[in-house]
Design a protein around this ligand. Sequence first.
Ligand SMILES: Cc1cc2nc3c(=O)[nH]c(=O)nc-3n(C[C@H](O)[C@H](O)[C@H](O)COP(=O)(O)OP(=O)(O)OC[C@H]3O[C@@H](n4cnc5c(N)ncnc54)[C@H](O)[C@@H]3O)c2cc1C
Length: 326
Amino acid sequence: MANVLVIATVADGALSRSSLELVAGARTIAPAVGGGIDAALLAAEAADGAVEALHQHGVGVVHRVVHPLLATGQSDAYLAAAEACVRAASPAVVLVAADTVGREIGPRLAYRLGAALATEATGLEVADGTVVVHRQVYGGRAVATLAVRRTPAVVTVKPRALDAPAPAPTAGVVRDLPVQLADDALPTRVREIVREQAEVGLEDAQIVVSGGRGIGGPEGFKLLAELAQVLGGAVGSSRPPADAGWVPISWQIGQTGKTVRPLLYLAVGISGATQHVAGMAGARTIVAINKDPEAPIFGVAHLGIVGDYREVLPPLIAKVKALKGQ
Ligand SMILES: Cc1cc2nc3c(=O)[nH]c(=O)nc-3n(C[C@H](O)[C@H](O)[C@H](O)COP(=O)(O)OP(=O)(O)OC[C@H]3O[C@@H](n4cnc5c(N)ncnc54)[C@H](O)[C@@H]3O)c2cc1C
């Protein structure tokens, strides 16, 4: 029976959130391919907690590859391990997170398998018994709907595009796959991993305070950081502040940046270009602060404040502090 195979990874010792999101996608499409859900768990150590989390969310067979090189973000190592799992599982559809490593291994995996490929999916569903993939095109101005007409198929899915699934425990098994990986044989080597310096990771933050070109420079972002800090959130940006070096490039949200799905997204001095909206439209509540009442961001915002952010933010910060008794 043909299954859906999720390529799962471990972050800080636990199953990564994007892996769980893939399981949600697999649960949606598994009925159309007539089978269950398997996972390939690629990890540097046994990660029994991650195996258990996969079983708890409906994954039957976990094909596990454990190797120290799978701690490094070295995509050639992940590719070799993923390929071994895919060949062992013979799935109809392989789901890969479109993160830094997944973006590299998805197309290469499809090539090696002679499989169909759809990248950067923002939604998965079944229509007329066929797996259907949604992805943004024309810089986020339109959504393309692709029917998967041939299997095997590899689909990469944007992190935070899907919600994590509710538990659906199943009795599962683990199959350990011995994969030979030698550092010397890999064409590239990761020399340094620099951790993002942030109290709250942008992609996991429930509140994101985001600034655009209208902030005017790095100084203005201090005000945004203060608001994010009192709200317990993270700071993000549109592309111009990242391009200008006012903020780290890792803060950029949008088509070519990160996708976020917080409960609250504050867009400050951001016009609302489609390429930016592509990365934050999934936020539960969007609040825009912009001095131009005609700015397109007000078209996607649930609440809008027309004004100069330098005048709006200080009283807002003071009010939040007062409410929190600070
Ligand atoms: C292929 C491609 C990919 C791209 N990818 C991305 C992406 O991933 N993310 C992204 O963000 N963009 C991306 N862009 C760029 C995108 O098209 C826009 O140029 C960008 O989003 C605009 O950023 P902005 O809203 O900060 O700046 P602007 O469009 O210049 O808007 C600034 C806003 O600030 C307001 N403002 C000015 N001063 C103040 C003030 N004192 N108080 C309050 N409001 C004020 C203005 O009224 C204006 O609305 C991409 C573009 C291309 C072509």
